[in-house]
Design a protein. Sequence first.
Length: 210
Amino acid sequence: MTIAHHPDEEALAAFAAGTLDEPRSVVVAAHVALCPHCRAIVAACEQVGGALVEQAAPATPRAGALDEALARLDEAAPPSMVVREAAPDCPAVLAPYEVGRWRWIGPGVHWRKVEVPESEGTRVFMLKAAPGSSLPHHGHSGVEWTCVLQGAFSHDLGRYGPGDFDAADNTVDHTPFVEEGNTCICLVAMQGDLELRGWLGKLMQPFVRL
């Protein structure tokens, strides 16, 4: 598997530092799980962050902090957490989250919600499109990050196959076409709404909110 499209280094650094919002972190995590190149960048960022923490001057302990810590150790241990597994057709990064059922939103296209807490209007969902299908020509009112999990699609900016990462914002209009041969499944973090173009898009717009 050759991965040609990646998050930028700023996004990877924020992901490594834990400062990226949760919806986008989930999509970046799905990409990093599939991409050795970005996994190495994230590991390097984490090493740099760890070194900076080690070099930081130690804070002076607050009076009584040791006694409080020892008292907490005497408290009953919390019950063991149940480790969940991701659904069979979901990436492992979705194991902590509830995932809805597939819903039809157009010819050959289905959508399912992922219960990741929204951040600044950014939500997470999965999109499944049949071979040879296409999404309507559209723009975006905010930022959209996509990781391809299966299959492939193309638009004006290139071809995106398994593991590829696609970023779009309000400057991008496109019409993604799904390649023949395999269903395309993507994990998406989207801020705002799709803005459907053309007369058909205007008719459909009131009924479409992913």
